[in-house]
Ligand binder design. Sequence first.
Ligand code: R5P
Length: 323
Amino acid sequence: MKVDFEIVSGGVQPEIARMVAKIIGTKVLSVQLKEFPNGERYARLEQSVRNKNLFIFCTCATSNSYSLNDALFEAFIIADAAKRASAKEISIVLPLLPYSRQDRKARTREPITAALVLSMLKQAGVERVITVDLHSTQIQAAFSGPFENLSARKLISNKIKEYIHNYQNEDFVVIAPDAGSVKNSSKFANELEIPVIFLPKSRDEANPEIITRQAVQEDLSDKNCIIIDDMIDTGGTIISAANMLKESGAKRIIVCATHGVFSDGAASKIRDSAIDKIIVTDSVPQKDSISTLKDKIEVITIAPLLADAIRSINNGDNAVDID
Ligand code: R5P
């Protein structure tokens, strides 16, 4: 493939950009990144990007040396540097769109921060956004330009098929752990040719970490339950679902999510829960704390998915976003 573009990366999870570049057969351009003593961030592209299409990889997640907001701010300034250095077209790769759950006014006097993030990216010079499994696809409307929302469904369902194959004489059922996950869980269930059950969830408005669930109507005795969600953050959603499923007789509980955020304390709560197995992607860096889950967790890389998308965009091929 003729490579008519350049790849650069922010400071969180640069290995993803390197893996993608390797698959494509190119290299990641270097960027000087630093933080001033007062907390301000600095970025400088170390080679020319004049008239080049540029893919900026900026994982926005809290890591050892970054807060999520620092990583996001770095995305703005790398894009601004590229625009001022006359890059031709600037695309940003944000596997997990930061603030993606703040996608609507759920209560009066709230911001819509996901929309604000997208408009700030546009203002910084970003012309295309590439994400993976957006929390809600409607938020694409807040960005006026090409938006490729890739799906990790194939990668994850291939992994689930291995489990189904290993326990081929047993029953499996897909669980949608909340209303927002019904559509996606149903697509998984269709693809895996197994039934889907919806498990309603309600969060306390003032204390969203408080989750309540109704009892499961179905008899799940001896069934393997596959919970599908877009994201594991505090673990509250999946742990409360898993407890309910176990009470209803479930045999094994396998949780699949694209984004394994595992905020502080989540890994140990999950380790001590009814969950038997977790499948996530490397859309965000895996924190040291998840080593406590090492026997339970499998991490699939999204590098080939991102490489394919960049190839298709570069070649002008058909739509790369799949929903
Ligand atoms: C909610 O609507 C999302 O799809 C996830 O279920 C949720 O964000 C997961 O967060 P937590 O792990 O904190 O429950």
